[in-house]
Design a protein around this ligand. Structure first.
Ligand code: ZN
Length: 348
C-alpha cells in the first residue's frame, strides 16, 4: 500500500482489492461468481466481445462453467467463429438488463468497440460496484460510476495520444473515394473493425460494391440483423462478385491475418489498405506505391482512458496487464494525475 494514505482508506482498499482481480491466465474476476474474457472457476463466464484475446480458453469454459453470458450479436459472431454454446448454458443478455446470481447482480453496458461488445458491472452482496470496461473507445461508451474499475490499457502510455480523433471518418471517406478512381481496393482489418469501416464508408457516400472473404462475409451478414448498415455486400466466391471483379471499381474486405490475399494477386492495379490503431502522427501513412496504413482505432487513447477513470470515480483501479504492456504506465499515470490508487494485474 502507498505511504501516506489514512488507515481508513487503507482498510477499505484492502477489502476492495479482494473483490476483483486478473488471473495469470487473463481471466477478469468480478465479485464471487463472475469471470470475464478468460477461464477460472466461476458460475458465469462473460464474453465481452469476440476478439481472440477476449475468448481465451472459451472451449474450456463452455465445458466446465454453468453459464456463458454475452450480448446477442456477440453470440452470433462466436457462432460464425465456430463456438457452439449449449442452449441450457447460454445467457444472451441485452444491455442494461440486470441478471441476478445468488446475492450479486450482473449487468452488461454498451461499449463502443466492435458490434455487440459490452462492459460488465457486478454489484456485489455488499453493494459495491465492480466494473470491467473490456475494450472501448470514447466518445460513445457510457462511463459507469463504480468502486473498483478494471480498465483496458491498450494505449495506456502518455505517448499514445491521437491528435486527429474526430476527423478520421471524413478523411477515410475522401481518401477511399480518391483511390477508387484509380483502381480496386483491398481493406485489411480485424473482425468488427472491418464492419465499422463498411458502415463509415457508406455513411460517407461510398457506393462502390462491397465484397468480403468468407468469414468476414458471414460475420457481416450475422450483424445486419442487429442493425449493421452496410448496404449490398457480396461473398467473394459468388458469381456476382466474380463479375464485379472484372471491373476496376469495388472494395474487398479481408481479415488482416487471412491467407486469402491470393485473391488480389490477379489484379496488378489493386490498392491495399491496412487499418491500425497504432498510428499517432498522421491519419494516413504510405507504405509503398499501392499500400497504406489508416489510423482507425477501436480503443480509447491515453487521454480518453484517463477521462474514463476520472468520471467513473473509482476508489481502486486495476489496469489490464495481461493484454497490454502499457498497463504499468497507465496505473502510474492514474495515481499521479488523479490521485486514485491503481495497480496493474496480473503482476509479473
Ligand atoms: Zn477487442
Amino acid at each position: 500500500m502507498c505511504n501516506g494514505i489514512s488507515e481508513l482508506v487503507e482498510r477499505e482498499l484492502s477489502k476492495l482489492i479482494l473483490k476483483a482481480q486478473i488471473t495469470s491466465s487473463g481471466a477478469v474476476k468480478l465479485g464471487k461468481y463472475v469471470v470475464c474474457d478468460g477461464h477460472a472457476d466461476s458460475v458465469v463466464r462473460v464474453v465481452t466481445h469476440a476478439h481472440s484475446d477476449h475468448i481465451i480458453d472459451l472451449d474450456k469454459s463452455i465445458r466446465s462453467i454453468p453459464l456463458i453470458a454475452m450480448t446477442p450479436p456477440t453470440h452470433d459472431i462466436l457462432r460464425e467463429l465456430g463456438y457452439i454454446i449449449p442452449q441450457e448454458k447460454c445467457i444472451k443478455l441485452d444491455y442494461n438488463v440486470p441478471f441476478e446470481i445468488v446475492d450479486e447482480v450482473l449487468e452488461l453496458y454498451e461499449s463502443k468497440h466492435i458490434y455487440g461488445s459490452a462492459q460488465v458491472l457486478v454489484e456485489d452482496y455488499e453493494g459495491y460496484r465492480l466494473v470491467y470496461t473490456g475494450d472501448f473507445k470514447l466518445p460513445g461508451t457510457p462511463i459507469i460510476e463504480c468502486d473498483v474499475l478494471v480498465i483496458e490499457a491498450t494505449y495506456g502510455s502518455p505517448k499514445h495520444i491521437r491528435p486527429f480523433k474526430g476527423e478520421i471518418e471524413v478523411i477515410l471517406g475522401d481518401f477511399i473515394r480518391n483511390i477508387l478512381s484509380k483502381g480496386p481496393i483491398y481493406i485489411y482489418g480485424y473482425h468488427g473493425k472491418l464492419q465499422e469501416v463498411m458502415e463509415i464508408l457508406r455513411r460517407e457516400g461510398i457506393v462502390a460494391p462491397f465484397i468480403a472473404t468468407d468469414k468476414v462475409y458471414r460475420i457481416t451478414k450475422a450483424l445486419v440483423k442487429y442493425g449493421l448498415n452496410v448496404g449490398e455486400i457480396y461473398h467473394i466466391e459468388s458469381i456476382e462478385a466474380k463479375e464485379i471483379m472484372k471491373t476496376n471499381w469495388y472494395i474487398v474486405f479481408d481479415h488482416v491475418g487471412s491467407k486469402s490475399t491470393i485473391h488480389n494477386a490477379r489484379h496488378s492495379s489493386v490498392y491495399k489498405i491496412f487499418l491500425s490503431g497504432w498510428e499517432f502522427n498522421k491519419p494516413i501513412r504510405r507504405l509503398s506505391e499501392r499500400s497504406y496504413v489508416i489510423a482507425l482505432s477501436d480503443h480509447a487513447d491515453f487521454e480518453q482512458l484517463i477521462e474514463y477513470v476520472r468520471n467513473a470515480k473509482p476508489k481502486l483501479v486495476i489496469t489490464d496487464a495481461y493484454r497490454e504492456s502499457s498497463a504499468i504506465e497507465l496505473a502510474n499515470e492514474i495515481r499521479k494525475k488523479l490521485g486514485i490508487y491503481a495497480i496493474p494485474l496480473p503482476q509479473s
